[in-house]
Design a protein around this ligand. Structure first.
Ligand code: GCO
Ligand code: MG
Length: 402
């Protein structure tokens, strides 16, 4: 079998998604997610100009060799644009191999090693009471783990405080919109949120929280300590992810479990975090960390250090990413949890899929390959439009991490 064509499909049924479709002379095709949120066209150009020409005529079954070719041929390796392109091709080749063999991809990765992949969803509210109500809704919908965020008094908007990020109105952000940030107010509010949530629900439900790279290490240490009574499943991105050694100080001060890594592109970016056991969950995911092949390497490295995976699964990554993460998750020993930022119903129609959610757990399903397709006719109705992620300034105007 040979690769004869690789097509790119840009669509925006609720969020911007870039999908690769790798087509073979056998008539089989595979899908991969190439979405790099806010920089989608950079990946499209990189694929079109540099990656696809290398793939035409290659044997699609040579997944490892293709991963190595793409990883090593660039010379200036890694980086989000390069790795997202490599990731998308990797997913598509696993999809083709599964279809060719008539097996779901997880069977090629070692088969099931758990009944389902524990999923967490999102709940938020401007006020604490609204966030607690939203948490009850998620529990009623079947989730056993919920990420909880609320507004910070005095700030017009806060990260994560929307009903669902993909439900935001599609404003034509010609420049990134700016949020403001007040660390002191946030450090006061977060423990109150979790005190109210535990009061309402007891200890039975897993609660998670995302600080989204906003704190210094001593601030993060203080937050972790103040959240200890509420037994979080994890505190995510307490400090900026690329400052691996900053986690040493956080870790020394708190027993709140720590998660980081949604922006990680390669094992080298989380090697210290894992080998020094500075985190409990690594959030690297298939779309930005080298596809299924890249994520499996990171998970295998993490296993002996007792670090489990908790893959990024915000709704601004496509159903192809979620499927690939689930095939990896169901078959990998050290899986902790999977983020399940639910897609809009239109996105689910554009990407019909075999994976399912029930009773707190996600399952990749039994369809051959990744079990996700794309309705290209429908996809074409949702035109891509540039949309930036926001930026953040501290209250004094200093540019900060979003
Ligand atoms: C999460 C993430 C997302 C990212 C988003 C960026 O934990 O789900 O932090 O909300 O910010 O995916 O595009
Ligand atoms: Mg996050």
């Amino acid at each position: 079998m040979r690769i004869t064509d690789v097509r790119l499909i840009l669509t925006s049924p609720g969020a911007n998604y870039l999908t690769v479709k790798v087509i073979t002379d056998d008539g089989l095709y595979g899908l991969g997610d190439a979405t790099l949120v806010g920089r989608e066209l950079a990946v499209a150009t990189y694929l079109e100009e540099y990656v696809i020409p290398m793939l035409i005529g290659r044997d699609p079954s040579a997944i490892e060799d293709t991963w190595q070719l793409l990883g090593r041929s660039a010379y200036w390796r890694r980086g989000p644009v390069h790795t997202t392109a490599q990731s998308a091709i990797d997913m598509a080749l696993w999809d083709i191999k599964g279809k060719e063999l008539g097996a779901p991809v997880y069977q090629l990765l070692g088969g099931r090693s758990r009944r389902g992949v524990l999923a967490y969803s999102h709940a938020s509210g401007i006020e604490i009471a609204q966030a607690v109500d939203a948490m009850h809704e998620q529990i009623a919908a079947g989730y056993r783990a919920v990420r909880l965020q609320c507004g910070v008094p005095g700030l017009p908007s806060t990260y994560g405080v929307v009903s669902d990020e993909s439900d935001q109105p599609r404003a034509p952000h010609e420049v990134p919109y700016e949020e403001s940030w007040n660390t002191a107010a946030y450090l006061e509010t977060a423990p109150k949120l979790f005190a109210a949530a535990r009061d309402a629900v007891g200890m039975d439900v897993h609660l998670l929280h995302d600080a989204h790279h906003r704190l210094t290490s001593i601030e993060a240490a203080a937050l972790g300590k103040s959240l200890e009574p509420y037994r979080l499943f994890w505190l995510e991105d307490p400090v900026q992810a690329d400052d691996q050694t900053a986690f040493r100080l956080v870790r020394q001060h708190t027993t709140t479990p720590l998660a980081v890594g949604e922006v990680v592109n390669h094992l080298s970016e989380c090697q210290t975090l894992i080998s020094e056991r500075l985190i409990d969950y690594i959030r690297a995911t298939v779309v930005h960390a080298g596809g299924i092949t890249g994520l499996r390497r990171i998970a295998a490295f993490a296993e002996p250090f007792g670090v489990r995976t908790g893959c990024h699964g915000a709704p601004d990554m496509s159903p192809v990413t979620l499927a690939a993460a689930l095939h990896t998750g169901i078959s990998t020993h050290n899986v902790g949890i999977q983020e399940h930022g639910r897609h809009t119903s239109t996105t689910d129609e554009v990407f019909p899929h075999a994976y399912t959610f029930a009773d707190g757990y996600l399952d990749p399903g039994e369809a051959p390959g990744l079990g996700v397709d794309i309705d290209e006719g429908l996809a074409a109705r949702f035109e891509y439009r540039r949309k930036y992620l926001p930026t953040t300034r501290l209250v004094d105007g200093t540019m900060w991490n979003w």
